[in-house]
Design a protein around this ligand. Sequence first.
Ligand SMILES: Cc1cc2nc3c(=O)[nH]c(=O)nc-3n(C[C@H](O)[C@H](O)[C@H](O)COP(=O)(O)O)c2cc1C
Length: 354
Amino acid sequence: MIPTTPLKTAYPWTRTPFIASAPMRLIALAPLAYAVSLAGGLGFLAAGTDLNDLKRQLQIVTDLVAQTHLPGSSSDLPIGIGFINWAVDLEIALETLREYIPAAVWLFAPRKNEDLVEWTKKIREVSKGKTKIWIQIGTVTDAIEIARSCHPDVLVVQGADAGGHGLAQGAGIVSLLPEVADGMRGMEMESIPLVAAGGITEGRGVAAALALGAGGVVMGTRFLASKEADIAKGYQYDVLRTRDGGKSTIRTGVYDILRGTKGWPDRYNGRGIINQSYLDAQKHGRITDENKKLYEEALQKGDQGWGENGRVTAYAGCGVGLVKEVKYAKEIMDEVRQDAADVLSKLSRATSNL
Ligand SMILES: Cc1cc2nc3c(=O)[nH]c(=O)nc-3n(C[C@H](O)[C@H](O)[C@H](O)COP(=O)(O)O)c2cc1C
């Protein structure tokens, strides 16, 4: 039996174990966020760094929600929205959040942690407390500082295995999550649920995260192989073909530079599948003009631009080796929840004789 957590109370349509889909910029849009919530999880829509299309996406979710009632959902929209803080203007975000009230807002990568205080306060004000504040952190120090200053409703504890952007230097969730939990207990803030992110792609990872003290999990990389993800076929195939994620992915700033993404605070980089762009940069100790040119050419090749011999970025986490098939988000959710429950009951039987 998996115990009910405060997350189930806050998001009554969700099932246990609690699973959220990550707000993946340009990929986790209305269809994926909605499908995950409909399947008993909490789907996050990625606002990312650019809010131009956000209202349109939220209207799509609103229309979908009007067609299918999610039992027990008290907020206007039973999904969350993820913002990359350093890149987004708070006032513009608030204007959207006044109009469309999501169940949660996920804050990540501020220029400085203090910026999150105002974000938290103002979002709570405009939503009259309906929108819960999730903050993604990657160190114990940040967890403690942010818990103290912002009192978030949820801390997303992102380990170094995570796909996409995260701290360049960090620990995996096996050591990070329990130490964050101890830190919260030390401040008598253990009531803040911790949600584990980074390397979790299936039931065994979920069971492990619960054993570490997580109240739920976030999966990003696994949902890259969902039918609802807004992802190029070449990228998705790259995810399916890649094995041995620790060896075949890398945390690097190379992909940001080639993509022309500027502005990430220094302590962040992104984990993606190793490709020829990265290998070239490594060989020359820098990104050469030739590398840039070949990257631009690869972009023109469409789906052929990805792959082992390709050059286009495929952000993905260390868990990529366990992702083997594209499925509907509901199938992923059902399978992962069931497998986690099976693992936990097997463990419980195995330990009852100890
Ligand atoms: C392709 C991709 C894009 C991502 N984009 C974002 C983003 O826009 N905002 C954010 O907070 N996190 C983003 N992340 C990180 C996720 O929030 C999450 O921490 C990560 O996916 C968890 O690790 P996993 O990929 O191993 O499941 C992204 C991850 C991936 C794989």
